[in-house]
Design a protein around this ligand. Structure first.
Ligand SMILES: [Fe+2]
Length: 331
């Protein structure tokens, strides 16, 4: 969204307690440019690091030494951790060669009901090193939820290298990268980090954007339906809260298309996917678009998810179900 190029990312806090210790301080970067974690559950996590080509990287967690499950051609190493203990803080270090090491920390989620704290935001200028990121880190969140516009490179071409460079610019920010080492990330894109302003499913750079996201971002399993291309829909659960990360860009019908049942921000498959879910006690739907507009609403002149003119029930899988859930956070 063009209005979002602001200095201050939106920042919010939800719930209580569940605090982490101080952020990790293991840094001897050498050839390791950055490291971050994500896809954390009660028993697993993913760590990614940019290690270049300076030797076989390994992930050190306690006494364990874990090899990468994959190293991309551009030097992004992916590590999968399984069999972790719930509600436990883990310090990790990525090491390469003879001493370069870069560390981070995450805490696995607690089983069952618990209180916790997370921070969320969106719309930071590319590579922003604003002090807000220090503030976010100081709050010791269980995780950081990034709701899109991770950068404002507005890449219109189908060029993976451009998307990779954009990620590298952001992760070179001292304060942002420190935040992302201190706690895991859960990140869904918006228009400026997916493509140009107001980008939709027709964006020619969609394959490159999807590829770079998969290579760089530690993410939860992508819930793609048969025949769907590109979608980053993903979800995770913390205690009694189900977090739905909605991709409102890569299968979006252009805003100037006529209203009707097939006009969708989510894509038909993603939209129907929500309706098939079992109901947890509470749900948070998250995207930088202010969540999914309610039936009949029109957000910033763009498409709602369905027939904006009549407010028909195209969003009913979410909209009507909301009323049946004890708590919904739309961010
Ligand atoms: Fe934005």
């Amino acid at each position: 969204m063009k209005v979002m190029n602001r200095i201050w990312p939106r920042l919010g806090l939800v719930l209580l307690l569940g605090l982490l210790p101080c952020s990790p301080g293991v840094i001897a970067r050498g050839p390791i440019e950055w490291v971050w974690s994500g896809a954390v559950t009660e028993s697993s996590a993913v760590v990614k690091a940019k290690v270049g080509d300076s030797g076989e990287p390994r992930l050190l967690v306690g006494e364990a030494e874990i090899p990468p499950s994959e190293i991309s051609a551009s030097g992004i190493a992916t590590f999968h951790l399984e069999g972790l203990s719930p509600g436990t803080a883990y310090d990790y270090r990525v090491a390469v060669g003879d001493g370069a090491v870069l560390g981070g920390r995450f805490r696995t989620f607690v089983q069952g009901p618990s209180s916790f704290r997370f921070v969320f935001g969106s719309c930071a200028r590319t590579g922003s090193n604003h002090r807000i990121f220090e503030t976010m880190e100081s709050l010791q969140p269980l995780f950081t939820l990034h709701m899109g516009d991770f950068h404002y490179e507005n890449i219109a071409e189908n060029d993976p290298a451009k998307f990779r460079r954009a990620f590298d610019k952001v992760l070179a920010s001292e304060r942002q990268s420190s935040l992302y080492r201190s706690a895991p990330i859960a990140y869904i894109w918006d228009d400026h980090d997916y493509g140009p302003n107001d980008a939709d499913g027709t964006h020619p750079g969609k394959p490159a954007a999807v590829a770079a996201y998969g290579e760089y971002v530690p993410h939860y399993p992508l819930e793609r339906d048969e025949g769907q291309s590109g979608g980053l829909r993903q979800a995770f659960t913390v205690g009694r809260i189900r977090f739905l990360l909605t991709d409102v860009r890569s299968n979006r019908v252009p805003d100037d298309a006529p209203d009707g049942p097939e006009k969708t921000m989510l894509g038909v498959a993603q939209r129907s996917g929500f309706s098939a879910r079992s109901r947890p006690p509470a749900v948070a739907t998250l995207s930088s678009y202010g969540s999914i507009p309610s039936p009949g609403s029109r957000s910033q002149g763009a498409a709602t998810d369905g027939d904006a003119t009549t407010g028909s029930a195209a969003t009913s899988p979410i909209g009507s179900s909301r009323r049946g859930w004890p708590g919904v956070c739309s961010c």
